[in-house]
Design a protein around this ligand. Structure first.
Ligand code: ADP
Ligand code: MG
Length: 681
C-alpha cells in the first residue's frame, strides 16, 4: 500500500506571486489497479504526479511505501527512489533520440545495474505490441509507437508504481484507446496512476478516479483502500555505464565539431602565449644564476665585447682602445675576486691573426686557411677536420677541471707549453703517418700557431668535453681545444686577439656573491650592462606583461571553454532530464561533461605543446635581438627552453580552468529538479 501524506506545493512565479498548486493532499493507493487523476488544466495534476514520482524534491510531502518513508529527498535518495520504484511515462514521450528502440528500453535496465537480457526486452516489446521494431530509430516511429516504447521502458524496470502524465495527450483517440488498453493490462499486477483530462477514458478503463480542483481532491470514487503489502524491490543506485557516458560525450563533440575546433584553437593559443611568457618569467626570475645553470659547467664567462660592426669585417683589429678591454689592473682585480670566492679564473681566448687563416664568424672564430697551422708540427687537415673547425673557433683554455681528467703527460707549467685534445692529437698523428694511438710520440713536439710563440705539447687530454651546451655553441668542438697555462694569454704579445676570461665556480663558491663582486672590476663595469638589462627586461617587463596577460587570458579561456560546455549542457538539457527522471544521479550526469572536457582538455594540451616551442623561439629571438650588441658569451644559447616543468604547468593550468568550468556549470543542474529540466521551466 502506498500513501501520499500531506502533498503540498507552492510555486513562486518570477514576479514573486505565490501559486498554490497542491494543498494538503492525502491519498492512499492500492498495490494494483488503474487510477485516473482528472481535473481541469492547472488543477495540480502534474504537480501531484511529480511529487509521487520523486521528480520534484522541493516539497514537504511524504511518501510511505509499506511503512518505509521517503521524504525531503536529497538528490541521492530521490534518484534511488526513482530508479527503484518509479516508471514514468510522459506526454512528450521523453525518449532518448540518439538511441534506438531497443537501447531506449535497455537503458532503464542499465541504470538499474541489471544485465540487459535480450529476451526480456523482446518480451516487453511484445507486451506493448512493438515486436520487430527493436532496431528502429525514434524518428521512424509514430506518436503512439513512441508512447509504447516509453511504456515498455517504464515497465522493464519492474517498478512499484507506473506514473503517466497525459500519456495520450498527443495521440488520436484510436491510438489513445490502444495505449489505455496496454496500461489496463499492466494494472492487473501494478499500480498505474494516469493523469488525464478525458473523463470518458477514465470511466471506461479506470478502477478509481480522483478529481482534483484547485490543488485539492474534489472527488474520489474509491473510499476504502485494501491494506495489502507490496513486495518491495531493493533500492538501486543508478549507474550510467561508462560506455554510455563516453558515447554521449563524443556524440556531442562530433555534433559540435566546428565550435569545438574554434574553442580549442583560441584557448590553446591563449594558453600557449601565457605559458611561454610564464616560462620566460620563470627562467629569468634569477636570470644571472640561470644563465649559469644553462651552461652546464657553471662557468661565468666575461667576454670583452666586440662591437658588431667590427666583428663583421674580415680582419678585425681589436686594440687597446676597445671599450671594455680589461687592462692589467682589472685583470689583477678579477684574479683577486675569483680567489676570494674560491673560484678559478682562466683565460679563454678566441684568437686570430690575419684574414688568411682566421675570420670571425658570428661570435666564433673560424679557421679559414688551416694550412697555416701546419707549419711546424705538420697538421695536414683532412676534410673532416676542416668541416669540424669550420664551424669552430680555435680556443685556448686553461680550464683545470678539464685537465684533471684522464690525461697523458702533464699540465702546462708555463706559457710556452700546452696540452692538446686527443682528437686533435689523432689528426696530428695521422698527418705524420703514425699510428693513431701513438700519443707519446707527440709529447715535446712543438706546435706553431701563426705568429704566436711556438708551444710545446706536454700533455694530451682524452677530451670529449663539451664546455658549453647547445648545438650551435662555438665552444663544443674538441679538435681545437688547446689547453694552455693561464699566463699564456696575459703575456701574449699580440693585440689582435679577443680575450675572454672564464671564472669557474667551485663547490665553495657563492654564485650570487661572486656575481655581485664581479659587476665592477677595477674601473671596468663588467656585468651590469648585461644583467641590468636582463633584469630590467625580465623582471619588470615580463612581470608587467604577466600581470596584464594572466587576467585577460584567464578570462577569455574561461569564457570560451565555459561557453562551449554551457552550450553542450544546454543542448542536452532534455537528455539530462530524461536520465535524471529515470533515476540517474547528478554525479553521473556530471561525468558526461567531465569526459567531454577531458577530451577537449587533451586536445588543448596537445595543441599548446605544439605551439609553445614556436613561441619560445620567438621569445628567444626577441631576447637575442634585444641583447644583440652586448656580446654575451651565451649568445648562442636559447635562454628560454621547453622543459618538463612546462608540461606540468600547462596541464595543471588547464586542468584547473576545466574543473572550475565543469563544476560551476553543472552546478546549476544540481539545483534543478529533473522535472524542471524536462519541461524546460
Ligand atoms: P495541471 O497539470 O493540472 O495542469 P500543474 O500541476 O501543472 O497543473 O500546475 C498547477 C498550478 O501550478 C498551475 O496554476 C500552474 O500554473 C502552476 N505551476 C505549475 N508549475 C509551475 C512553475 N514551475 N512555476 C510557477 N507556477 C507553476
Ligand atoms: Mg499537467
Amino acid at each position: 500500500m502506498i500513501k501520499l501524506i500531506n502533498a503540498n506545493k507552492t510555486y513562486t512565479s518570477k514576479a514573486g506571486i505565490k501559486v498554490k498548486a497542491l494543498d494538503h493532499v492525502n491519498l492512499d493507493f492500492n498495490a494494483k489497479g488503474l487510477v485516473f487523476i482528472l481535473g481541469k488544466s492547472g488543477s495540480g495534476k502534474s504537480s501531484l504526479l511529480n511529487i509521487l514520482g520523486g521528480l520534484d524534491s522541493a516539497n514537504t510531502s511524504k511518501i510511505v511505501i509499506n511503512g518505509q518513508e521517503f521524504k525531503r529527498f536529497d538528490d541521492r535518495t530521490c534518484s534511488i527512489y526513482r530508479n527503484t520504484h518509479v516508471g514514468f511515462i510522459f506526454q512528450e514521450y521523453n525518449l532518448m533520440n540518439n538511441l534506438d528502440v531497443y537501447e531506449n528500453i535497455a537503458l532503464a535496465l542499465r541504470l538499474q545495474n541489471k544485465e540487459v537480457d535480450q529476451s526480456k526486452v523482446m518480451d516487453m516489446l511484445k507486451l506493448v505490441d512493438l515486436q520487430g521494431l527493436e532496431r528502429r530509430r525514434l524518428d521512424e516511429l509514430s506518436g503512439g509507437q513512441k508512447q509504447r516504447v516509453a511504456i515498455a521502458r517504464a515497465l522493464i524496470k519492474d517498478p512499484t508504481i507506473i506514473l503517466a502524465d497525459e500519456p495520450t495527450g498527443n495521440l488520436d483517440s484510436q491510438t489513445s484507446n490502444q495505449i489505455f488498453e496496454v496500461l489496463k493490462r499492466l494494472s492487473k499486477d501494478k499500480l498505474v496512476i494516469v493523469v488525464s483530462h478525458d473523463r470518458e477514458f477514465a470511466e471506461q478503463f479506470g478502477d478509481r478516479i480522483i478529481t482534483l480542483k484547485d490543488g485539492s481532491v474534489d472527488e474520489d470514487t474509491q473510499k476504502k483502500v485494501d491494506e495489502t503489502f507490496i513486495e518491495l524491490p531493493e533500492s538501486i543506485r543508478a549507474r550510467l555505464p561508462f560506455v554510455l557516458k563516453a558515447k554521449m560525450s563524443f556524440e556531442n563533440i562530433v555534433q559540435n565539431k566546428l565550435r569545438l575546433m574554434v574553442t580549442v584553437m583560441i584557448v590553446s593559443f591563449l594558453v600557449a602565449v601565457l605559458s611561454a611568457v610564464y616560462t620566460a618569467l620563470y627562467v629569468s626570475a634569477d636570470v644571472t644564476g640561470d644563465l649559469m645553470d644553462l651552461s652546464k659547467q657553471t662557468q661565468l664567462v666575461l667576454s670583452e665585447p666586440i662591437p658588431f660592426t667590427q666583428a663583421e669585417v674580415i680582419n678585425p683589429k681589436l686594440n687597446d682602445s676597445s671599450p671594455k678591454k680589461l687592462n692589467g689592473e682589472a685583470l689583477v682585480e678579477l684574479q683577486r675576486i675569483s680567489d676570494n670566492h674560491h673560484a678559478i679564473l682562466f683565460p679563454k681566448t678566441h684568437m686570430w691573426e690575419n684574414e688568411d687563416w682566421l675570420r670571425i664568424k658570428d661570435l666564433g672564430l673560424t679557421v679559414q686557411n688551416p694550412e697555416s697551422l701546419a707549419s711546424d708540427v705538420v697538421i695536414r687537415p683532412n676534410t673532416e677536420l676542416l668541416e669540424t673547425i669550420e664551424e669552430a673557433s680555435l680556443i685556448f683554455i686553461s680550464n683545470r677541471k678539464v685537465l684533471e681528467r684522464e690525461r697523458l703527460g702533464r699540465l702546462p707549467e708555463d706559457r710556452f707549453e700546452l696540452v692538446i685534445s686527443s682528437a686533435l692529437a689523432q689528426y696530428v698523428l695521422a698527418s705524420q703517418g703514425k699510428a693513431l694511438d701513438d700519443y707519446p710520440s707527440l709529447l715535446d713536439q712543438f706546435l706553431n700557431l701563426g705568429t704566436f710563440h711556438r708551444l710545446k705539447i706536454v700533455g694530451i687530454v682524452y677530451d670529449e668535453a663539451l664546455l658549453l651546451r647547445g648545438d650551435q655553441t662555438i665552444l663544443n668542438t674538441t679538435y681545437t681545444n688547446l689547453y694552455v697555462h693561464p699566463s699564456f694569454l696575459r703575456y701574449n704579445p699580440l693585440p689582435t686577439h679577443l680575450v675572454s676570461y672564464g671564472v669557474q665556480m667551485t663547490e665553495q663558491t657563492n654564485t650570487h656573491a661572486l656575481i655581485e663582486d664581479l659587476k665592477t672590476v677595477g674601473s671596468v663595469t663588467l656585468l651590469p650592462r648585461i644583467t641590468d638589462r636582463l633584469n630590467r627586461y625580465t623582471r619588470h617587463e615580463l612581470n608587467l606583461l604577466m600581470a596584464v596577460l594572466v587576467p585577460i587570458i584567464g578570462y577569455f579561456a574561461i569564457i570560451f571553454l565555459g561557453n562551449y560546455i554551457a552550450s553542450s549542457i544546454l543542448k542536452r538539457k532534455k537528455q539530462i532530464g530524461i536520465l535524471r527522471a529515470l533515476g540517474a544521479e547528478i554525479k553521473e550526469v556530471q561525468w558526461i561533461f567531465m569526459i567531454e572536457i577531458l577530451f577537449v582538455g587533451i586536445l588543448i594540451v596537445g595543441l599548446v605543446l605544439v605551439m609553445v616551442p614556436f613561441m619560445i623561439d620567438i621569445l628567444n629571438f626577441i631576447f637575442k635581438v634585444h641583447f644583440y650588441d652586448t656580446f654575451i658569451a651565451y649568445f648562442h644559447y636559447d635562454i628560454f627552453s621547453l622543459g618538463v616543468g612546462h608540461f606540468i604547468e600547462v596541464i595543471s593550468l588547464l586542468a584547473l580552468v576545466n574543473l572550475v568550468i565543469v563544476f560551476t556549470l553543472t552546478y546549476h543542474i544540481n539545483i534543478l529538479d529533473p522535472v524542471e529540466i524536462i519541461t524546460g521551466r
